[in-house]
Design a protein around this ligand. Sequence first.
Ligand SMILES: [Ca+2]
Ligand SMILES: [Ca+2]
Ligand SMILES: [Ca+2]
Ligand SMILES: [Zn+2]
Length: 533
Amino acid sequence: MRNFPAHRRAVRLAAASGLTVALVGASLANTSFAASPVEQSTPPDATATAVAAADKAVNALGLRKSSAEQFVRLGVVEGGDATTQDVFYVNYDKTYQGLPVVGGDAVVSTDAAGNVLSTMVASKAPIAVSTTPKLTSARATTAARGSFTSVAATGKPELVVLVVDQPKPILAWRVPVSGKAKHAGHDHGTGDTQELVYVDAATGRVAYNSEMTASGTGTGVWNRTGLSFGTTLSGGTYRMTDPARPGLSCIDYSTNAVMSDADDVWGSASRTDKVSGCVDVMYVAKGEWDLLKNWYGRNGLNGSGSWADAEVGLPDINAYWNHSANPGGVTFGYNNQNQWITATDVVAHEYGHGLDALTPSGISGGRTQEAVADIWGAITEAYLNNPNDKPDYTVGEQVNLVGQGPIRHMYKPDNVSGHPNCWSTSLPTSVHAAAGPMNHWFYLLAEGTNPTNGQPVSPTCNSTTLTGIGIQEAGRIFYNAMLMKTSGMTYGKYRISTLQAAKNLDATCAKYNKVKAAWAAVNLGAQPGEPTC
Ligand SMILES: [Ca+2]
Ligand SMILES: [Ca+2]
Ligand SMILES: [Ca+2]
Ligand SMILES: [Zn+2]
């Protein structure tokens, strides 16, 4: 289950010295509970407005090439950042002359006023196929059986239009088959697999196979009940492998096996249940994948459709990206009560290191690496907006790593002793303590000094008062800056690349000025060669 080449350095959630610091700073750590974000309630008609706008957009002939193609609405999911802006994602499948189109799905996002923000379509290929098969369903079943060395059972063939993996759409028979498949690529041991085999209805060629997939539900250690995530059904057993997010699996550290289950209902109320830890991981990783895609247009952690796997069960009060136990993946241990530390800001922090490793020039230097990861933790909390883990800018408020509350406070880093609010030429040696000024910069950019959405006030190092641009936009600027990383990143180079990113994204210079003001507010001044706007 190794999806990425190993990287040189393992990166931790908290250095051992950081733990000591957190203990020293204990009396300040719990102040984060004084303020919690206020959720705006969605106007009752906003969903209907969004759906109507999305229906209109998806049925525009740009997305479907003829009246024979129709979009069928599957549902609507409310996303975005409920503290500032609602975003609605409306999902569709396509039909062609009434036949299901495999690979014809689409997602339209809108705001609460019904303005269309994006339309994502799986395929824009025009469909022009005869809906009369040359091949009988019986011959299709025979052809489908041919891709298995032994067949346990076959199901009823169904005519579909197959778009996925084809040079152009074809009419196909979709045949459910279980047994032992001939083709490689399944990492599920010796059990039977259950697949959908697509047979070209004109030629009898097997055009495509897909493993039958499932959607698990479970109880996480921190995100609690009713979580859903992708699983795979294979040989009558469900596995924690998300087929829609290649590379994402959750593995038991002790056995090195992907978690498996008989009924696809996972986890328990116990915070020391490794399966529940994995439920959190699958749910958070799915959310981080989705936010990278839906908010910033990135396809997977590596940008080309892959994620990285996770192990839960490390006997260590810490969490890692690229631990020797799981190179190129993430590994989670426990807190000082043996509870798995798989809350959103920890899981997304570790995958944030993964994103850093997999964007140009790799893990950021100049003592910026932990801020990079903390920022992704905060963005992911905001995206998921889970009622059991309200979006905030503290790190570890759920997992309570050493029993002293959050280990970092982005809005006021010096809530933890030794973590500076302001940049200086004498940053702490600890990469965790040195995250303070950049975490603080991100907070001021996103929320400003005096947020009105329930987030806490934040001091500045130059006595300025700032208004934020919202976490989604702050994250967009930060992500775009990460795409311009070069070797030897430093605080100064992040100032330059975030200014450039803001300038690229907003020609009015308004966001550039916000980025600049936030850096000034943490005492990081102009850098040689920085862009003007
Ligand atoms: Ca179960
Ligand atoms: Ca939280
Ligand atoms: Ca948090
Ligand atoms: Zn870290």
